[in-house]
Write a protein that binds this ligand. Structure first.
Ligand SMILES: [Zn+2]
Length: 390
C-alpha cells in the first residue's frame, strides 16, 4: 500500500478506537478488540499512541480473584478546551467548553444585522484573545451559524437578513491564531450536540428540527451527520407549503414552512389575531397555559402544517427519533402532540406512529454545545488533524 492510503487507514483505525472509548467510558482493551475487527497488536499500538498524546487514560480497576488486574480506558475530553462561537441574527455567544461538554464561561454580545465580514472577524479574534488570557489554552475553535454554511470549504456563504455578511472564510482566523477552526450550519451542529450529549446518544438515525427565528434541520444517519453538498443539508424550513401564493422567502422559494411555523412567524400570527404589541415567547407561553382558545387554535394550525412537512421528510428518511430544539422548546408541549398525531395519520401506511418526537435534552445550551461538537466530531473522525501521528 502507498503512503497516503496507509496513513488514511491508520487514522481510520485510530478514529474507530477513539469513538469506542468515548462512547463507552471504562471499556477494557479486550472489549475494544472484541467490538472492532482490529487485531490485538493494532489496538495496543493505537492505545499507546492515544495514551502518549494524553487523549485517553487508563486506570486499574478492582483486581480479579484470578488472572491479571483489569485496566479501564477513558477519553480525556476535559483536557481539550474549545472556543465555541454561536452566531445568530442579533447576537453572538462565545463560550469555553471542553470536549466532555462542560461549559466554563459564556459571554453574549449583541450585534447589528448590518454586521460585516471584517466586524465579525475582529469580534471573534477579540474574544478569543480575552478568553485565552483569562481562562486557559484553547486548542481549537468551533463556529455555528444560521443560513448556508460550507463546512468543507470553511465558509459562511449566506445568512438571511444579514446583507453585509457573505462568504465569510474561517481560514483567515485559523491563520492568524494558528489553531484549527471549523464552521457548520447551526441546526447541523445542534444535531451533533444531541448525538454526543443528548437524546441522539442511543439511536442510529434521527432528525433534529431547530425552530427559532427560522426552521433548520440536521440529519444523522447511522451515527454520522449527513453533510449533503454545496453547503446544504436538511433545509426542511424551506420546503414549500404554498408554491403559488405563498409568502416570498429570502432563499428564492415561495411559501417556505419557516414563514408559517417558525417561532417568529407564530408570534406574528398570534399578535395579529389578539392585537397585542411586542408579543414575546414568554407571554405566548402564559397565554397557552391559560388555555386561550384563539392562541391554541393558531398553534394547532401551525404545528399541523409543520407536522405535514415532517411527514414528507419522515417518508424519505424514516428516522427513529425527531428531536425538537431551539427557542420553541419553551412551548413544545403544545406543538409535539400535533406533530405526533400528523405523523401517525399521514405517514406511509401509518409507520410514523413509531417515531419518537422529543424536546431537546440540552435545552438553552444546545447551540453552544453544538458549536463545540463541530470540533469534537472532527477530532473523533480525523484525529490526525489535531494530534501528531506516529
Ligand atoms: Zn425559503
Amino acid at each position: 500500500m502507498k503512503g497516503k492510503n496507509q496513513r488514511d487507514l491508520k487514522e481510520e483505525n485510530t478514529s474507530t478506537v477513539l469513538k469506542l472509548v468515548k462512547d463507552n467510558p471504562g471499556i477494557s482493551r479486550i472489549s475494544v478488540v472484541r467490538k472492532t475487527d482490529l487485531t490485538p497488536p493494532t489496538v495496543s499500538r493505537i492505545i499507546s499512541f492515544l495514551l502518549n498524546q494524553g487523549v485517553v487514560s487508563e486506570t486499574p480497576g478492582e483486581s480479579n480473584k484470578v488472572g491479571r488486574k483489569p485496566y479501564y480506558l477513558k477519553f480525556n475530553g476535559d483536557k481539550f478546551k474549545v472556543f465555541a462561537v454561536e452566531m445568530s441574527y442579533t447576537q453572538v455567544k462565545f463560550a469555553m467548553i471542553d470536549l466532555d461538554g462542560k461549559i466554563y464561561h459564556v459571554e453574549t454580545v449583541d450585534t447589528s444585522t448590518d454586521i460585516s465580514n471584517k466586524e465579525l472577524f475582529d469580534l471573534i479574534l477579540q474574544y478569543f484573545k480575552e478568553f485565552e488570557d483569562k481562562l486557559s489554552k484553547i486548542f481549537a475553535i468551533g463556529i455555528s451559524a444560521p443560513g448556508r454554511v460550507d463546512p468543507e470549504g470553511g465558509k459562511i456563504i449566506r445568512i438571511p437578513n444579514l446583507k453585509n455578511l457573505s462568504n465569510f472564510s474561517v481560514g483567515e482566523i485559523a491563520r492568524v491564531i494558528d489553531r484549527p477552526v471549523f464552521v457548520m450550519n447551526d441546526a447541523n451542529a445542534e444535531a451533533l450536540a444531541e448525538m454526543f450529549f443528548g437524546y441522539g446518544r442511543n439511536v442510529n438515525d434521527f432528525l433534529l428540527v431547530h425552530i427559532g427565528f427560522g426552521i433548520g434541520g440536521g440529519i444523522v444517519l447511522n451515527r454520522k451527520l449527513y453533510n449533503g453538498n454545496f453547503g446544504v443539508s436538511g433545509e426542511i424550513g424551506h420546503i414549500s407549503v404554498d408554491m403559488d401564493f405563498g409568502i416570498e422567502c429570502d432563499c428564492g422559494n415561495k411559501g417556505c414552512i419557516e414563514l408559517y411555523a417558525s417561532v417568529n412567524a407564530i408570534l406574528k400570527a398570534v399578535q395579529k389575531q389578539i392585537r397585542v404589541e411586542n408579543l414575546t415567547l414568554d407571554k405566548l407561553y402564559e397565554l397557552l397555559k391559560k388555555k386561550d382558545k384563539l392562541v391554541l387554535n393558531i398553534i394547532q394550525e401551525r404545528s399541523r402544517m409543520l407536522g405535514n412537512v415532517l411527514v414528507s421528510v419522515a417518508d424519505i428518511l424514516a428516522p427513529q427519533r425527531i428531536i425538537i430544539a431551539g427557542p420553541v422548546v419553551k412551548i413544545s408541549d403544545y406543538i409535539i402532540p400535533q406533530i405526533k398525531d400528523t405523523l401517525k395519520k399521514r405517514s406511509f401506511y401509518g409507520f410514523g406512529e413509531n417515531i419518537e418526537v422529543v424536546s431537546s435534552a440540552l435545552k438553552e445550551n444546545t447551540g453552544l454545545i453544538g458549536a463545540m461538537s463541530v470540533v469534537l466530531n472532527e477530532f473523533l473522525e480525523h484525529p490526525y488533524e489535531f494530534i501528531a501521528q506516529k
